[in-house]
Design a binder for this molecule. Structure first.
Ligand code: ADQ
Length: 458
């Protein structure tokens, strides 16, 4: 590692001044301690001057963010990234909606971001780009003469070749992805899917370096947060009511309708659980201007009404469904109160909620994780009850088993998962990826005529 090395994170969004959750919270602490830069969209839509770069500091981290025009954001973010890549990468080709114009918008924003980043770069920077919004970014950087090492991490799954081949412009996307020096994936299945798609679509051409880096959490910090006196007490220790907790972004990949139907089946098949169990689903809305998300919300509110109508009593609410967004200070102690963590996405890159639930548990009296086998986390958390989220009977049975599981078995399962969280934590994820990226030979850059070949420094 050189003296001057600076880590540059590029992601669709930059962290806010007060930031929590996901990628941001996982990386921020480490970045604040060393010279680093985070570049991305500010979240602001501006139709006047979309070229200005706003800068602020968080410790030794400089956050550089740019606004986007409403039109660019619509085509790049809603249109191609979330209208094509998100559904297709999660195997939902039926929800994919492609337009040439959206793809052009995606190209333009990737190119615009590369151009805006270029003057901010220093020669020894190590650039780490995140997620499906920026598949073309390395290619745009190379075309502009940016020669620093460029790494990429895909937070969501990569589709198997038969699905990937149905994505319009897949060959252009693969070519551009192959301009990265190192491509990181959440699971070996995702890595294999990418390599196999490259081999099928680009015969004879080299596949870049790839690796598997399952994202983690900071289990000790989360455990401490979970022990704080709860702001909301849903299932007091002296109550007979057992809590099942689900926390997701409201997204069709998270399997919420399937989960509600499985819960209804549990209540139908086991009247002895009436009055004894309660499912709390916390699901703040996201991407509210994409039609599939609007429909999903309607479906869920209808299912909620059906379950409450069929099973609810004046003194027992079998289901609580809230769209309000709670921060970690509320969620972590809530995870600890739940007897069951129900995490059943139809497909998910990793799913950090599953790991956060485990981290929050009381080792002496831990709850049980019921986890979809199609979440990346299932490849690591073998102490969970793994389920097929498409099979309501199997899910209902797993919920019942989790509610009745003896303490000794709960402790043994928890201990196995706690060890995995510690062995594969967020700090290990970051350092392992960056060590591998650092070891990559600097790429041979072909510069487009007319563009300077050396990155400028600020
Ligand atoms: P997401 O699809 O957003 O992330 P997930 O990993 O479950 O999914 O959650 C990311 C973060 O958001 C977690 O810290 C979680 O606590 C928080 N979060 C989720 N739902 C929340 C809620 N209702 N209220 C408050 N916070 C909530 C993408 C991929 C995942 C991958 C992550 C990280 O889709 O598969 O695990 O990136 O790589």
């Amino acid at each position: 590692m050189s003296e001057q090395e600076r880590l540059v994170i590029v992601a669709n969004r930059t962290p806010a001044v007060k930031s929590a959750g996901g990628l941001a919270s996982g990386l921020l602490d480490a970045l604040k301690a060393k010279p680093s830069l985070w570049f991305g969209w500010s979240g602001e839509l501006r139709d006047d001057d979309a070229n200005c770069v706003q800068l602020f500091s968080l410790g030794r981290l400089i956050v550089a963010s740019i606004p986007l025009t409403t039109e660019a954001h619509n085509r790049y973010y809603n249109g191609f990234a979330n209208g094509v890549l998100w559904p297709a990468f999660h195997h939902r080709l039926d929800l994919m909606s492609f337009s040439e114009d959206d793809y052009a918008g995606y190209q333009e924003v990737n190119q615009h971001m590369a151009a805006q980043l270029r003057p901010l770069l220093k020669p020894d920077d190590l650039v780490w780009v995140h997620d499906y919004h920026l598949l073309l970014f390395a290619q745009m950087c190379r075309a502009q003469g940016i020669s620093q090492r460029l790494g990429f991490f895909l937070h969501i799954p990569f589709p198997v070749p038969s699905v990937a081949q149905a994505i319009p412009r897949i060959d252009e996307l693969l070519d551009a992805m192959c301009d990265y020096d190192l491509l990181g994936f959440q699971t070996e299945d995702d890595r294999q899917a990418f390599v196999n798609t490259c081999r099928a679509r680009r015969p004879g051409k080299p596949v870049p370096l790839t690796g598997v880096y399952p994202i983690g959490v900071d289990p000790h910090a989360l455990q401490r947060e979970a022990q704080v006196k709860p702001l909301v007490r849903l299932w007091p220790e002296d109550s007979h009511l057992q809590g099942i907790l689900s926390v997701d972004r409201l997204d069709y990949t998270k399997g919420l309708p399937e989960r509600f139907k499985a819960y209804a089946l549990l209540l139908e098949a086991h009247p002895e659980l009436h009055g004894e169990v309660q499912l709390v689903q916390i699901a703040p809305t996201s991407r509210t201007d994409v039609p599939a998300y609007i429909e999903l919300r309607h479906e869920l509110t209808a299912l909620t009404g059906e379950i409450l109508g069929a099973y609810g009593k004046l003194d027992w609410q079998p289901l609580v469904y809230v769209e309000h967004q709670y921060d970690r200070a509320v969620l972590m102690p809530l995870y600890r109160q739940a007897r069951v963590g129900l995490v059943t996405p139809l497909r998910d890159g990793m799913n950090l909620v599953a790991k956060e639930f485990v981290a929050a548990q009381n080792p002496a009296d831990p709850g049980v994780l019921v986890l979809s086998r199609f979440a990346g986390a299932a490849s690591q958390l073998d102490g969970a009850l793994l389920v097929n989220p498409h099979d309501p009977g199997e899910m209902a049975e797993a919920m019942r088993q989790a509610l009745l599981m003896p303490l000794e078995e709960r402790r043994a399962r928890y201990a196995r998962m706690w060890d995995v969280l510690c062995e594969s934590d967020i700090e290990g994820w970051r350092t392992r990826y960056l060590t591998d990226l650092r070891a990559v030979q600097v790429a041979n850059v072909e510069v487009e005529p007319g563009l300077a070949s050396q990155p400028r420094t600020v």
